[in-house]
Design a protein around this ligand. Structure first.
Ligand code: ADP
Ligand code: MG
Length: 710
């Protein structure tokens, strides 16, 4: 199949082989010269919608984007892909900005990112009018509308800007959160016709939504993080105080937590944000001040500690999870108290009555979300104006993960232990006895002799204490005494002991293990990525996304052309980093040879980059007459890597004398094995051959066979 020019650019620069829904339509509309609007969910791939046209337009592409940190990352990411770009914003000194402008005027940048605030400076507008601007892309375009939740007055200046630019550039407005009113507002302001408005819907199929209503939040949070703390996540809390408190608590329990709110000074905020982007901080606790600039693609969960004020805010914040398309979770912890507080804020605000009504209505819809029994994703989609959205099939309502468990036996153990201890103690000591703790107090009372001592030693004391809370809430246990509460078995509790009553417990929603670490290799690849990122001084996800590393771990590329088939590996990145990752994979395969046997042998190769590639260096050394072992030690690479380079050489049409590696009689043996076993997997072939025939030899044989059959 013939690839279009756009597809070619997508492959070469970004390493993807097909467009996502909406991307191509938007790109074509823009290139045909129409003002265009693109509404795509977060992570839908909006950036590429202006980056590819930018490569095609003769002049400069101006990108208006609201946050400085976002800009820097976007520009860094473009550099990584071999595209020249720069940005202008308040983080630059006047001198730096002037220098950049010179470069921009000289036409050395395809893309120039600017903050909307710059547009407020009349002399800046004037400078822009002297540039050859073909195309203006407006990211987060909902900021242009006063109906949006993030209205920014300086976005209104975009109109003035467009009038000032003599070339009449094409305009593209992009956003992920636009209710029908907001969308209309954007399109009217920017004069975008209905035919050129593209919406791919808001559904985020890789996100699993849930609302938890009857949880002890603090306990839930700790349990959740116990399972998920190695993954990147954001916890949103309403107030600065909560943020400080929660982040402190997490830090104390050894979690790499950061914090972010508007009460911190800018330097500290930047430091925290960078730490998060670099994966030094895994869990960020923040108010809603944290976010607009977060393009971090590998956020695996977003947990709302409190209910936010409206659905737009919620979906935008929750939507920061899973931009890379991998499964991620959005959990909202609801409490009625949250709504009182939000209502109070609205009442106390300076807004007009009309505005207050509107906000209260939005708050009610937020509440409806928390209480809907239908699909949560569908609720959100309806809110954003989609008609008859389908159920997602995997949110908490679509799939009730809670299982009702019979916990009668465990309850009897607790209750009977309480009676044996004389019903004179609180839950701490009771749970210590049950879990067989060695604390002094137990010995003093001789409780280590009780038959119930250590009967629940498989559980943690904390788990048992939580369970006692549950039994108390269910009134199987009564609390008496003030300052030092004493627990007693209630009448219904006694019925449980006598076996007259069952105790059921809906296991608190099972935290899904969202961990993406499915192999040691993924970890190794992450480590390699981290090292490179530190060297290059960019966040790891800018080198490669988690999705790319996962694809790598699945495809196990060992040659350059195979590496290029990995999603997200374009030519530039292959040239820069491909080898490092190939080495990591080679090392992994050396220690885990069986891993390679599971992967498909036939892997479609992409066109190899024309630029100087590393296998050519290996080829040169090979031509000089060095053995693979010698080349490996000269180049400081593993033998497997070198062997794979040679396979690449062969694939690329360079001449290799294979007889040197694969004597005729061995080739014969391999062919015989292949004849009786087939070529689906390497492992059985290897197992049917003498020890001294290596995988490399088998691969060579297959390669030869392919050539003679072709
Ligand atoms: P948005 O701005 O819409 O939230 P981004 O432009 O940041 O999304 O893209 C999200 C992720 O999707 C990025 O990692 C990007 O590289 C990836 N992506 C974009 N287009 C494609 C595509 N056609 N195929 C695969 N991945 C893509
Ligand atoms: Mg974006």
């Amino acid at each position: 199949m013939l690839k279009s020019e756009h597809q070619q650019l997508l492959q070469t620069y970004f390493g993807y082989d097909s467009f996502r829904s909406g991307q191509e339509e938007i790109i074509e509309s823009v290139l045909a010269g129409y003002h265009t609007a693109g509404i795509m969910p977060t992570g839908g791939g909006k950036s590429i919608c202006y980056q590819i046209p930018a490569l095609i337009f003769s002049g400069i592409t101006l990108v208006i984007s609201p946050l400085i940190s976002l800009m820097k990352d976007q520009v860094d990411a473009l550099h990584q892909n071999g595209i020249s770009a720069t940005f202008l914003n308040s983080s630059l000194s006047a001198n730096e900005a002037a220098e950049r402008l010179v470069g921009i005027k000289a036409g050395i940048y395809k893309l120039v990112y600017i903050a909307p605030e710059r547009l407020e400076l009349p002399h800046f507008l004037h400078q822009l009018s002297e540039l050859d601007i073909s195309f203006v892309a407006i990211d987060e375009a909902h900021c242009i509308s006063q109906w949006g939740h993030d209205f920014r007055p300086s976005y209104l200046k975009i109109k003035t800007l467009l009038q000032e630019i003599p070339q009449n550039p094409v305009v593209l407005a992009l956003t992920a959160t636009a209710t029908p009113i907001v969308k209309e507002d954007i399109c009217r302001t920017l004069d975008i016709k209905l035919d050129h408005q593209f919406s791919t819907g808001f559904a985020r199929n890789n996100l699993t939504f849930s609302v938890l209503k009857d949880e002890n939040r603090a306990q839930f949070l700790m349990r959740y993080l116990e399972k998920n703390q190695s993954e990147s996540g954001i916890i949103y809390a309403s107030t600065r105080k909560d943020v400080d408190r929660i982040s402190q608590k997490l830090t104390n329990s050894g979690i790499k937590a950061g914090r972010y709110h508007a009460g911190m000074n800018e330097e500290e905020r930047t430091r925290q944000q960078e730490g998060f982007l670099k994966d030094d901080i895994t869990v960020m606790v923040a108010t809603s001040a944290f976010g607009m600039g977060i393009d971090k693609s590998n956020v695996r969960f977003v947990l709302h500690y409190q209910t936010p004020k409206n659905m737009e805010s919620y979906y935008q914040e929750a939507g920061r999870a899973g931009r890379d398309g991998l499964d991620s979770e959005c959990v909202l912890l609801y409490s009625p108290q949250d709504l009182h507080i939000q209502r109070f804020f609205i009442d106390q605000s300076q807004g007009t009555d009309e505005w207050k009504d509107q906000e209260l209505q939005k708050l009610n819809q937020m509440k409806d979300y928390c209480f809907t029994e239908g699909c949560l994703q569908a609720f959100i989609l309806r809110y954003f104006g989609e008609e008859n959205p389908e159920d997602c099939g995997h949110c908490e309502n679509c799939k009730d993960n809670r299982v009702e468990m019979d916990v009668t036996t465990e309850s009897q153990m607790v209750l009977s232990c309480m009676i044996r201890m004389g019903e004179r103690f609180g839950k701490t000591l009771i749970s210590q006895v049950l879990t067989g703790s060695k604390v002094k107090k137990i010995e003093e009372f001789g409780f280590q002799k009780l038959t119930t001592y250590g009967i629940l030693s498989a559980k943690s004391a904390k788990h048992v204490a939580d369970f006692i809370d549950y039994l108390t809430a269910q009134q199987f246990i009564e609390i008496t005494g003030g300052q030092y509460p004493v627990l007693k078995v209630s009448d219904t509790g006694k019925e449980v002991l006598l076996g007259k009553r069952k105790v059921m417990k809906k296991e608190l929603k099972k935290v899904q293990t969202i961990t993406t670490v499915d192999s040691g290799l993924f970890e190794m690849l992450r480590q390699t990525r981290k090292e490179i990122a530190q060297n290059e001084k960019v966040p790891p996800f800018i080198i490669f996304s988690d999705a790319t590393l996962k694809d790598m771990a699945a495809k196990l590329p060992v040659t350059v052309s195979q590496m290029l088939t990995v999603k997200g590996v374009g030519e530039q990145k292959q040239d820069r980093y491909g080898d490092r990752f190939l080495q990591t994979i080679a090392k992994y395969l050396e220690d885990n040879p069986e891993a390679e046997l599971e992967k498909p042998i036939v892997m479609e190769g992409k066109k190899q980059t024309k630029k100087e590639a590393t296998y050519l260096e290996t080829y040169r050394l090979y031509k000089e007459g060095n053995s693979t072992g010698e080349i490996a030690s000269i180049r400081g690479l593993s033998k497997i890597t070198i062997e794979n380079h040679l396979v690449t050489c062969e694939e690329e049409g360079l001449n290799i004398e294979w007889d040197m590696f694969l004597p005729k009689e061995k080739l014969e043996l391999i062919y015989q094995a292949i004849e009786s076993i087939g070529t689906d997997k390497l492992k059985p072939i290897k197992e049917n051959l003498p020890e001294d025939i290596s995988y490399f030899m088998i691969k060579l044989a297959l390669l030869k066979m392919g050539q003679t059959n072709a």
